[in-house]
Design a protein around this ligand. Structure first.
Ligand SMILES: Cc1ncc(COP(=O)(O)O)c(C=O)c1O
Length: 386
């Protein structure tokens, strides 16, 4: 029998190369400024990099405990109490994972069984649906509409059935850059309080929030946090997306289940990186405290740079993304426009429709402003020529 005949039927037949990989490759080919994929073009804190070198040199190079080093879990517990007024138990409620991506995956795998329904809001981050599909779950997507991308809670209530097991939320929201209000979290709780439903809350941009109300974490809500898994990413907070460390906070009985998946997926996360992150959290809290102002200045710089262009900027309140409406510039659909923009204008962006299962006919693209000022200025100059 030929090897080709042995290839199993794909479990994710609809999945190809992601738009992020495609656009980054196209940006490289055309030497375009890459505002597509979400990663900084500057380095993380020097202190953190030095602490990693230190721990490697001190021989902290063997397996970390499965759930994460005690130092890092304890530092996270203290920080969570400081910012959200809730102290999770460092030994039972916090699990260190390979990026937020692994936290999302283990939570979905642990909680979703065959035929279970999972509600998510489109546009949605691309890792949720494949994990739900692999677990045998069924995605039920609620399409949010620009420019506000707000949840209609009556519509949400209509989507809940006896099979609904999980709701996935994300605030501050990639890609729309909108943020939830505390009242949204309360509405969510009221909708699921008497049902057997869990909440997976993707909060990787928790420190990149410019809303006057601040970040509406599920961890602030005394009842909802008993049903929730809150997911964070050190990659976002410390500009180190390549270090691949994130974590999740969930009640002990939920954590026990998702740790069973984590134990046989990655077992544990790189030891010296965890020790360096624990030092950083303890010794340099000003870094995350200054993050909103740091990123708001970048958002404002790009928005001001585009003020005289024919693009209409939708000023978001969080994440390091900015949405722009190009309807005055082109009739192309958003995917074709992003290709054209990369090839002819030299700026790579991400089309919004790729985050939606239903047709998304709006002329909106996403620009990443986690870039140096010179990069933002150069991109704005090119975009002003449109
Ligand atoms: C909304 C959202 N969730 C999760 C992730 C994944 O985070 P990490 O790089 O820590 O795996 C990202 C990264 O872009 C994201 O934007």
């Amino acid at each position: 029998m030929s090897t080709a005949a042995l290839i199993p039927e794909s479990k994710l037949p609809a999945l190809g190369t992601t738009i992020f990989t495609q656009m980054s490759a196209l940006a490289q080919k055309h030497n375009a400024i890459n505002l597509s994929q979400g990663f900084p073009d500057f380095d993380g804190p020097e202190y953190l990099r030095n602490r990693l070198a230190y721990h490697v040199s001190q021989g902290a190079n063997q397996y970390a405990p499965m759930t994460g080093t005690a130092q890092l879990r304890e530092a996270i517990a203290a920080k969570t109490e400081q910012i959200y007024g809730y102290a999770p138990d460092a030994s039972t409620d916090i699990t260190i994972t390979a990026g937020a991506t692994e936290s999302l995956y283990i939570a979905i795998t642990a909680l979703v069984s065959k035929g279970d329904e999972v509600i998510a809001f489109d546009p949605s981050y691309d890792s949720y649906a494949p994990a739900v599909e692999l677990a045998g779950g069924v995605m039920k997507r609620i399409q949010l509409q620009p420019p506000e991308f707000r949840v209609n809670w009556a519509e949400f209530a209509d989507q809940i059935t006896d099979r609904t097991r999980l709701v996935i939320i994300n605030t501050p929201h990639n890609p729309s850059a909108t943020v939830w209000r505390h009242s949204d979290v309360e509405q969510l709780w009221q909708s699921i309080a008497d049902k057997h439903i869990f909440v997976l809350s993707d909060e990787v941009y928790e420190h990149i929030c410019f809303a006057p109300e601040g970040h509406a974490s599920v961890l602030r809500h005394p009842e909802l946090r008993q049903r929730a898994i809150a997911v964070s990413s050190f990659g976002k907070t410390y500009h180190m997306t390549g270090w691949r460390v994130g974590y999740c906070v969930a009640p002990a009985i939920i954590s026990a289940e998702l740790r069973k998946v984590h134990q046989y997926l990655t077992f544990s996360v790189t030891t010296p990186v965890q020790l360096a992150l624990a030092d950083m959290l303890r010794e340099a809290p000003e870094h995350w405290q200054e993050l909103p102002a740091f990123y708001q200045a970048k958002r404002d710089r790009l928005a001001q740079g585009l003020a005289n262009s024919r693009l209409k900027v939708l000023t978001g309140q969080g994440t390091y993304f900015l949405l722009v409406d190009y309807s005055e510039v082109s009739d192309l659909d958003d995917v074709a426009f992003c290709h054209w923009l990369t090839e002819h204008v030299g700026v790579a962006a991400i089309p919004m429709s790729v985050f939606c299962a239903a047709p998304f006919p709006h002329k909106l693209i996403r620009l990443c402003f986690a870039k140096q000022e010179a990069t933002l200025d150069a991109a704005a100059e090119r975009l002003c020529q449109l």
